[in-house]
Write a protein of this length. Sequence first.
Length: 316
Amino acid sequence: MLVFTPNTTVDVTTWLAELVPGSVLRDRRTVVSGGGKGVNVCRTLRLLGHAPRLVGLSPRQDDTLERHLAAEGCVFVPFHHDGPGRLSHIVLEDSGRTTVLNGRGPQLSGPEWEALRSLVGELARSTRFVVCSGSVPPGMPEDAYGQVVSLAHERGAECLVDSGPAFVRASLSAGPDLVSPNLAEAEGMLTGQQVEAVDEQSDDVPDRCVDASRRLHAMGARRAVVTGGRYGAALTTSAGSWWLPAPMVRVVNAIGAGDTFVGGVVAALASGASDVEAVRHGIRVAAAACETETAGIFSPARLAELERVELLASAR
């Protein structure tokens, strides 16, 4: 499996009692790690028994990112660039509130993007699945992931896209094998207006997710998934539409839940699962990951427990 995350980053995660703007605060704990949506996808895939390769940007003069990724066992294929690397700051408060400050990423030139695209295309020759994950740095075209989808298909691989609304929308004409925006992202994509958040207390979330997934499928996605947070996710394929509820869990950190979902889906598809079962598996993996502090990490024992509970419920 190949995971393409051009806008890799170094995450600085800080735990505070409370974030008070305009004040001087002392943290309780700080952890530095490799970051980016695809890094979380790779963590998930490794826990599920796979050995994915990650392709992303890395500063030529600073090996901090590469050292952190190597330390956690990530097989990283760096595309080196000049200048500083990207930094992201994550603040977790005791109340459960999370604040994320994401760096923009380095500026890529046109020739650099062409070289990066060629690298991804070459690596795609030896894999069944390519995952395009996360934001793109300045200088990359809006249809960058669409171009990668086309390259993957030319090489006989399936390609999944999980990114911001503009980049997902620009990939649809290439026929991605799966897209998985959340409901706010999907509705923003479909209306052309930015949707900041969706009230997950609303009873109409499942219906809206199903409707959005149908529309994204009609626009070109072979499998269109729209996630509805703690409620679950909707799936539409050429065979129909489904609403798949999520299990109840105690949320510790929901950051990266969408990434673990993608990793769970890809792993299931690689094992021969049906589309519906693959999405169900992704939902369970994401639920288990929400119970841990680190994005992309979950307890395999907890995942097995959630699977048993679901099997018992379906047998009644």
